[in-house]
Write a protein that binds this ligand. Sequence first.
Ligand code: ATP
Ligand code: MG
Length: 451
Amino acid sequence: MEPAGETILVADDDVFIQEALMDRLQSLGYHVLQAMDGIQAVEMIERHDPHMAFLDIEMPGMKGIDVLREIRRREKDLPVIMITAYGTIDLAVKAMKDGACDFISKPFKGSHVSLIVQKALEQQRLRREVQILAEEVDKRYHLVPGASRKFESLLGAAKKVAASNSTVLLLGESGTGKELFARAIHNWSERKDRPFVAINCVGLSKELLESELFGYERGAFTGAQQRKRGKLELAQSGTVFLDEIGDISQEIQTKLLRFLQEREFERVGGTEVIRVDVRIIAATNRDLEKAVQTGQVRADLYYRLNVVPIALPPLRERKEDIPVLVRYFIQRFGQESKKNFTDVSGAALEKLLANDWPGNVRELANVVERAVVLGQPPTIHVDDLPETVVSVKTDSRTPDGMPYYEMIDDFRRQVITAALTRTQGNQAAAAKILGLQRTYLSRLVKSLGVR
Ligand SMILES: Nc1ncnc2c1ncn2[C@@H]1O[C@H](COP(=O)(O)OP(=O)(O)OP(=O)(O)O)[C@@H](O)[C@H]1O
Ligand SMILES: [Mg+2]
């Protein structure tokens, strides 16, 4: 790989080593900073923020290993290579434990230097990429707590079940957040540092789903040139998420049932019994009881899955959550598209509240994303919403006979009460949660008569 002109600090009190390293690194296209002792090295790292450092283990004043510790104490993650001389190898080993990524021994070959540098910088790049990816995944799977009682109690249930090893069955219409809950339960559990493996059981042929789940042995069928481990195996010690569980064939149901009962299975075409320790979370948007009655789903499988059912209500049954979700999506999509949206107009929010959202939270998220892309910051207006959303009447009486504005006020009251309950009555903190000005919140509290 071509060097991108990274800056490398070389700290050594031996002038010959300094010059030799500098020549080599400069000829490779890197910028070189020089320090003659440990204290100077720390100063230069602080001031110039180099991309990596060579530190001599034995230097007057502050030793290389102390410089390394100081660097880590300041939470700098630059790669550090220790320079060792004859007789200091065990110091180098100690340094590796303290977070040095490699060492070179004096005298060294020039080719060795370039290899070590490339390796260290490449590892650093990979580490950064992984970190960025992990942050993105976190953002994508961020579960926003709702304002409604219903949602609060669901979160409570999910947190409780996360601490156990029980099988969880998530029920709910499409877009209600089943996958999000599955991930949240995994992340709240002791298995959080182990894999979370999702398997979509719909849309794959019977054979494909079977080998996805259980893996296969070499020669199990034409094209099986090598053994392949299934997802149940890959999830060892972690969580397996069986999505759309209502749609699988009888044959796989039988195999899955055995797995749920015994936690063991064989790979396709294999005889070896594989045992794995995984937590199962299943999800479906179908009425499983009905599927059992019609014979599509085996009753015993259903009972094995239905240990701790959690039913996620459709969005239309917890409309109090809409404002909170809308604010969250405005912020998230605003950031993603680098448009500084902060708010939604009252009229637009009324439209959003008046809709029934057959596609649930996913549909709401899509509508907000569209508005952010099309709209003009900082506020989303009715004009930015799709015709289907706008065409819903907001000034008529609602089905349960409550005038529309009364209902809105009722929602507002509930949202504010929930926030105040959570902050134990602290209005400043509640305002922060809701993304409102404190003064505005206290006006609302008075005008709505929130206690
Ligand atoms: N409480 C929430 N906070 C933030 N985002 C949410 C929430 N609930 C749902 N979403 C978002 O809505 C979308 C749908 O969620 P998810 O994929 O978990 O639904 P699902 O129930 O698995 O749907 P399907 O049955 O169609 O697979 C996702 O983009 C998710 O991020
Ligand atoms: Mg899903």
